[in-house]
Design a protein around this ligand. Structure first.
Ligand code: ADP
Ligand code: MG
Length: 594
């Protein structure tokens, strides 16, 4: 039926809130994160987290912070109601965890809420009871200073989402992780965490080292190497684990930017780079690092749950971080102190020797890798002998390392790039003209990013409406063989009889590309079988998600793309072995002009 007349209607608030809730509240752990962050923002110095049945029946957070007035308590549960920003300008100076004013409204839309709060100077506190977004009761009560918010029976009114929840064990692990992220970023706040009436953590206020030891146990103390570096762009403080404490699985990797936990494969790479040659491939060092950056130089607004972040001075931060970690490892006699690279990696493009066969950048994959294996012996981890040998090519200098790269040196990275024919990026480098294939360049960049996220720390986006792909039952069976690989990349899929449901996907992937990506997976599996499929998945996603030939780019995008490419240590060939750019020396141009 084709409707006539006006057809647009505003969604009723409760529907809008439920949709918004899909973004903010994915599972009980999301509630834990939002409530604890609010308590921190309210200036609490003691925070209790009480959880029942992995958060299905209860998540309660009690704090001794500022509390709320009667009106504020009511307003707090309205959408876009926040005390943390007032003008657009404020968004660029955010010091608090929250600022969107969405969390409480979203949670209230999909649960039952019992909130109590009292401000210090008020005699009586207030209690508010909400069910499915509707206020049921509000009354004055006696209560201590601060706020307690109980979220009961999460998703009681959205069975589809309730069914999404995984086992209690999995949900509990997510909660624990969210709790630790906040607890590690706020060592001066005391935290207590109870699950089903037993105590999980009691964390006294202290310094970061004490907090880490309280959480991960005494043994970690001797493994912590302090990092401390202050530059104009970023201040870095915290610890990295000594090389021998590195593990094959990802585990204790924590970056905080202005005391907010963030995920960043890019910064992770800066650290693994600094550990280069100290660890066999596949081993991941642990780290607990706080980066302090001027809030106007970062954009935390790109993801509703805010674990991703964009930095204005990405390259500088990378270089400072890498040097700071190298320096610290050197100072603590973990490695000889080195001559820090004079040239940032991105300013160096190895030119391809003539007649050399094309080489696909290789990634080492350990086929014997067993995630359930216990920690390997020390000897395996630090091959001291080789490690000194591998440094012999560097100059081993006196004991005080060079100062960090200055701001001017980063400017080398400020390339002038123009896009030509919507296909090529033209720039110059060391007196040569470079013509870069934009599609292949982006393929390689994505490929690198993806292979780095293989260990299960992939950034993933959950879809409000799963994508459905119809397939034959034999195709479903084939895809089942790579289910774990898909999970590691940030996919969440459900296999039905003749349907594949994609509930979540890696952040770099566009939903429109999903059908062609899965059809490529199938082709590839039918063709090669399941060999090194992590690499295949990365190649396929990179191929499908890369900027296409013919796609116009903004000047800034073109520059960023060229820069990211030139920063790779092997920028010459695409994941499928095709050349990415050509170099024209001036002599060739002079010849043509003669
Ligand atoms: P945001 O944190 O983005 O502002 P929320 O929906 O999480 O949005 O919270 C809305 C508002 O409710 C906050 O801005 C704050 O003023 C108030 N609030 C929430 N939790 C607390 C708390 N534990 N103590 C005091 N005020 C709170
Ligand atoms: Mg909040």
């Amino acid at each position: 039926m084709v409707p006539t007349g006006d057809v647009i209607q505003l969604l009723p608030d409760h529907v809008a809130n439920q949709i918004a809730a899909g973004e903010v509240v994915q599972r009980p752990a999301s509630v834990v994160k939002e409530l604890i962050e609010n308590a921190v923002d309210a200036g609490a110095i003691e925070i209790d987290l009480i959880v029942k049945d992995a958060g299905r029946t209860l998540v309660q957070v009690i704090d001794n912070g500022l509390g709320m007035s009667v009106t504020d308590l009511r307003l707090a549960f309205e959408r876009h109601a926040t005390s943390k920003i007032r003008t657009t300008e404020d968004i660029f100076h955010i010091q608090t965890k929250g600022f969107r004013g969405e969390a409480l409204a979203s949670i209230a839309a999909v649960a039952q809420i019992d909130a109590l709060t009292k401000k210090e100077l008020e005699e009586l506190g207030n209690r508010l009871i909400i069910e499915g977004g509707t206020v049921r009761d509000q009354l004055p009560v006696t209560s201590p200073k601060g706020t307690s918010i109980s979220v009961k029976n999460l998703f009681y009114n959205v069975p589809a989402r309730r069914n999404f929840l995984k086992s209690n064990q999995v949900e509990f692990r997510h909660i624990q992780e969210e709790f630790l992220r906040v607890a590690l970023a706020h060592e001066s706040i005391g935290f207590r965490f109870f699950h089903n009436d037993s105590e999980v953590y009691i964390l006294k206020p202290g310094n970061l080292r004490q907090r880490i030891v309280q959480i991960f146990g005494r043994k970690i103390d001797a493994q912590l190497v302090p990092i401390s570096e202050e530059t104009d762009v970023v201040k870095i403080h915290g610890f990295v684990g000594k090389p021998e404490s590195a593990k094959k699985q990802r585990g204790e990797q924590y970056f905080f930017v202005n005391q907010r936990f963030i995920k960043s494969n890019y910064l992770h790479k800066a650290i693994t780079d600094a550990f280069e040659n100290l660890l066999p491939s596949q081993y991941v060092p642990s780290y607990f690092l706080n980066l302090e950056i001027d809030p106007s130089k970062i954009d935390i607004n790109i993801h509703p749950t805010k674990t991703e972040i964009k930095f204005e001075d990405e390259y500088a931060i990378y270089a400072v971080l890498r040097s700071a970690v190298k320096h610290a490892l050197g100072q603590f006699n973990i490695m000889p102190s080195l001559d820090f690279d004079q040239n940032p990696d991105w300013a160096f493009i190895p030119s391809k020797p003539k007649n050399e066969p094309i080489r696909v950048p290789e990634i080492k994959v350990d086929r014997n890798y067993n995630p359930f294996e216990s920690k390997p012996t020390q000897k395996e981890i630090v091959p001291t002998q080789n490690f000194y040998q591998s440094f012999s090519e560097f100059e081993i200098e006196n004991n005080h390392p060079k100062t960090l790269l200055s701001k001017e040196e980063f400017e080398i990275g400020e390339l002038q790039v123009i896009q030509w024919m919507n296909k090529y990026l033209v720039t110059q480098h060391k007196g040569e003209l470079l013509i870069i294939d934009q599609n292949r360049a982006h393929q390689l960049i994505l490929f690198h990013k993806l292979t780095q996220s293989i260990s299960g720390n992939a950034l993933s986006q959950r879809l409000l409406f799963p994508i459905e792909i119809s397939l034959s039952s034999s195709e479903i069976e084939i895809l089942k063989t790579i289910e774990m690989d898909l999970v590691n990349f940030g996919f969440d899929v459900d296999f039905q009889k003749e349907n594949l449901l994609v509930n979540a996907l890696p952040t770099d992937v566009d939903t429109e590309e999903i059908p062609s990506i899965f059809s490529d997976f199938l082709k590839d599996l039918e063709w090669h079988g399941k060999v090194d499929f992590n690499i295949e998945i990365s190649k396929i996603i990179a191929k499908n998600s890369a900027i296409k030939k013919g796609e116009p780019l903004l000047a800034e995008q073109a520059r960023h793309l060229a820069q990211q490419l030139l920063q790779l240590s092997e920028p010459n060939f695409s994941p499928y072995g095709k050349p990415i750019f050509i170099q024209l020396p001036e002599s060739e141009i002079t010849k043509k002009l003669s």
